[in-house]
Design a protein around this ligand. Structure first.
Ligand code: ATP
Ligand code: MG
Length: 188
């Protein structure tokens, strides 16, 4: 099937630059975190200070992107290393997710990083481990020069609302469906 090349493109009625942008990558297809790291690369290229906070235990297989990020000067915090667990009432994972959020919030509020990636943050939000309203208000009231990328399936409606750009990765096929396991160099 062919189609005509576009002759003119539509602009919104008024355009303006923004001091910062909030992006959400959600959906059940592959690419949410990969696209966040793509944005990270662009921010690094502009000399911005970048922070990444990962909210799910990634295991040792995921260290590739963390290692390269750190090598490029990114401040990187990942659940499973660094965050303390000092609660008797909460499960270890819940307590660590809360610590990770407390830390992410302070990084956002400090305003020294121009990009903050909140990787897989939708999961602890949806499990009730961290307060969605608090995450959303922290993002809404952030310092004006701080851009945010949040990733994970099933982004809560309030997170979608506060974002400027929301992309839903839709799975058309995934190799795992036919038993192909995550591939080094591609998936991690
Ligand atoms: P990626 O990190 O590759 O961009 P993602 O962030 O969109 O993936 P996650 O839910 O964070 O998706 O999953 C991380 C891992 O699970 C990756 O190895 C990815 O290839 C794999 N994965 C992503 N989507 C699917 C899917 N629909 N079915 C099976 N595995 C998936
Ligand atoms: Mg991911």
């Amino acid at each position: 099937m062919t189609s005509e090349p576009p002759t003119e493109h539509e602009l919104p009625p008024q355009t303006r630059p923004a001091k910062s942008i909030v992006l959400v990558h959600t959906g059940d297809g592959k690419g949410k975190s990969t696209a966040a790291f793509g944005v990270m690369i662009r921010s690094i290229a502009r000399g911005w200070q970048v922070a990444v906070v990962q909210f799910l235990k990634s295991g040792t297989w995921r260290v590739g992107e963390e290692e390269i990020g750190k090598r490029l000067g990114v401040d990187w915090w990942s659940i499973g290393e660094g965050f303390t667990w000092d609660s008797d009432d909460l499960t270890r994972d819940e307590a660590m997710a809360r610590e990770a959020w407390k830390h992410a919030r302070s990084v956002i509020e400090a305003g020294t990083h121009r990009l903050v990636v909140l990787d897989e943050i939708t999961y602890p939000m949806n499990w009730g481990w961290i307060d969605t309203d608090e995450v959303v208000s922290t993002i809404r009231e952030r310092p004006e020069s701080v851009s945010i990328v949040a990733t994970g399936r099933d982004a809560p409606a309030a997170l979608v609302d506060v974002a400027d750009t929301v992309t839903e990765m839709r799975k058309v096929k995934h190799a795992y469906d036919v038993g192909i396991v995550a591939k080094k160099g591609i998936d991690y």
